[in-house]
Design a protein around this ligand. Structure first.
Ligand code: ADP
Ligand code: MG
Ligand code: MG
Length: 252
């Protein structure tokens, strides 16, 4: 079974420490949510886990099924089964959505085991239909001219096609209307399985009405300061974050 472990992770951007020692254990089949105020380091955590060069990891350990993730390059992490749906997906001119997906799928396969074109197209069409996406989007350049909501759906399409073992969704709910949110959530729920873990970063509880987390973690000032079950997300929605600060004696 998939096992993902983050221990004492510290990271900085341009010499400023943002992550101050993150600890998190995840197993396949589990959905973890990370909630927290803006500017608290949630996206930094996601990027540091994926090996984004802007973020310098200064301490800690990250392992996926016992393998040292921090030793791996960006491509290797993806091959090992890590996936991030970014808060702000980038546009890549010259690479079509379909080409990008096919090479991402094949990158995770052994030579000689590449997905056949027919099978790929069949899967792509089926998943795009599930996500209520216009088939035209397969042949458009990656995210170019996509609306905010279309980019988010496209991130979920990538997740469905690539079938990663650890899925990190960074504010996948931002910029989605309620119908799109439901479609995105059902895409995620359809991908739940015993060998896949989810780390869902969100500012709002709303998404968690549709994707039921097993664990909810509160992140503040670069640390996970509190963990609980879904009831924690409901309390944060109702009362905000101030009570957490008071309870733990955290100053702004
Ligand atoms: P969150 O996702 O929780 O809103 P972020 O991880 O985006 O928080 O940001 C955490 C802190 O790091 C903020 O103070 C932000 O200004 C800073 N930060 C994030 N990215 C950069 C960057 N590329 N350059 C400089 N500072 C950054
Ligand atoms: Mg933010
Ligand atoms: Mg963020």
């Amino acid at each position: 079974a998939t096992q993902f472990s983050i221990e004492g992770l510290k990271a900085e951007i341009e010499g400023k420490e943002i992550l101050k020692g993150i600890n998190l254990e995840m197993k396949g089949g589990e959905i973890h949510a990370i909630m927290g105020p803006n500017g608290t380091g949630k996206s930094t955590l996601a990027s540091a886990l994926m090996g984004h060069p802007k973020y310098e990891v200064t301490d800690g350990n990250v392992t996926l099924n016992g393998e040292d993730v921090l030793e791996m390059g960006v491509d290797e992490r993806a091959r090992a089964g890590l996936f991030l749906a970014m808060q702000y997906p980038s546009e890549i001119t010259g690479v079509t959505n379909s080409d990008f997906l096919r090479s991402a799928i094949n990158a995770r396969r052994e030579e000689g085991q590449e997905i056949s074109l027919i099978r790929f197209i069949r899967q792509l069409e089926a998943k795009m239909k599930e996500l209520d996406m216009n088939p035209e989007f397969a042949h458009r350049y990656l995210n170019e001219g996509f609306s905010g909501g279309e980019k988010k759906r496209n991130e979920i399409l990538q997740m469905m096609m690539i079938e990663p073992s650890i899925v990190i969704l960074d504010e996948i709910d931002s910029g989605l209307d309620i119908d799109a949110l439901k479609i995105v959530a059902s895409g995620v729920n359809a991908m739940r399985s015993d060998d896949r873990g989810f780390l869902i970063i969100t500012h709002y509880q709303r998404l968690l009405n549709y994707i039921k987390p097993d664990f909810v973690h509160v992140m503040m000032q670069g640390r996970i300061v509190k963990s609980g079950g879904p009831e924690l997300a409901e309390r944060l929605e109702a009362e905000g974050y101030d009570w957490v600060k008071e309870e733990l004696g955290i100053e702004d």
